[in-house]
Design a protein around this ligand. Sequence first.
Ligand SMILES: [Zn+2]
Length: 293
Amino acid sequence: MNPSVELCSYPELDDRIVIVRAGDEVDAVFVRTERFNVLIDTLGTPELCMAALDLLEAQTNARPLIVINSHMDWDHFWGNAAIVGRAPIIAHAAALDRLGDPSAQEILRDKASQESRFRNVDLIGPDITFSGSMTLNGGDLTLELIHTPGHTPDHIAVWIPELRICLAVDAVEYPIPEVWSKNADDLRLIRSSLERIRDLDARLVIPAHGRTYSPSAVDKNLDYFQALADRVGSLSESQVADPQLGGSSDLRLEDFVPIPDGMPSDVVAFYRNCHETNLGATVQAHIEKLKFA
Ligand SMILES: [Zn+2]
C-alpha cells in the first residue's frame, strides 16, 4: 500500500515552500516562485506523485512547473511517470549513468516482487541534465542546484539564498547519512559535500528523511564521520583486517549516535546497515593511509 500524501510545513518556513510528505517514506519539496513552480522529487510511485500534484493544484496557479530529481534512488524518482507531458525533469548528468546501469532495473524487479504498488512503475529519466551546478532564476527566489555527491554520485542539493534555506535531500540525514560504497573516495565525497552544505551557513537545512530542519543536523553528521575516522584511526593493521570488526563493542551505531526512542526496529536495522557501509569506507580509508604512511 502506498502511504498517504500530505502537505506540511516547519516553524519559520517561508510559505512559498511546502513539504510534500509521503508518510514515513520520504519528503519531496514544492517551491513557488514568481516565474514558475518547482517540485523537488517525485516520491516512490506515480500514484503518490499524482496525489501530490492534486494536493498542490491550489498552489500552482497558471505558472509552469519544473521538476528536479535530486538523485536516482527509488523513493525520490519512481513517481516520474506522473510528470511526463506536464513538466520538464532536471537531474545531474550522473543520473543517466545510474539509470543505464542494470542495477536500476534489478531494484525495480526486486521491489515489485515484494510490493504490488511498484508493479506499474516505469523508470523515466530526466529531460535536462547538467554537470557542475545549475541556477533556476524564479524572480523572487533563486534555486541553485549544487552537485553534492557521496550519498550517491548524482546527488544534488538545492540552495535558496534569499531565504538561506538548503534542501539537502539525502546529503544530510538524521540520525546518519549513508555513503555510496565502502570505497574511501566516496567517503571523502560525502564528507566534503557535508562541509559544502555547512559552509552555506543556512538558516534551515531540510533533508528528505527524519523530519528535521535545524542546521545542527549537518554538524552532527560531520561529527559522526569524524568520530568514526578517529575510532578506526586508532586501530592497528591486524585489527582492521578482522571481518568481525563491525560487531566490536565500540564500533556499533549506538556507540556514535543515540538511537532515538521509539524508532521502529526496521528503521533501526536500516540505519545499522548505513553505519556498516560508512564503517567499511572508513576502514578502507584507514588501510590506504597505513599503506602510504
Ligand atoms: Zn532517500
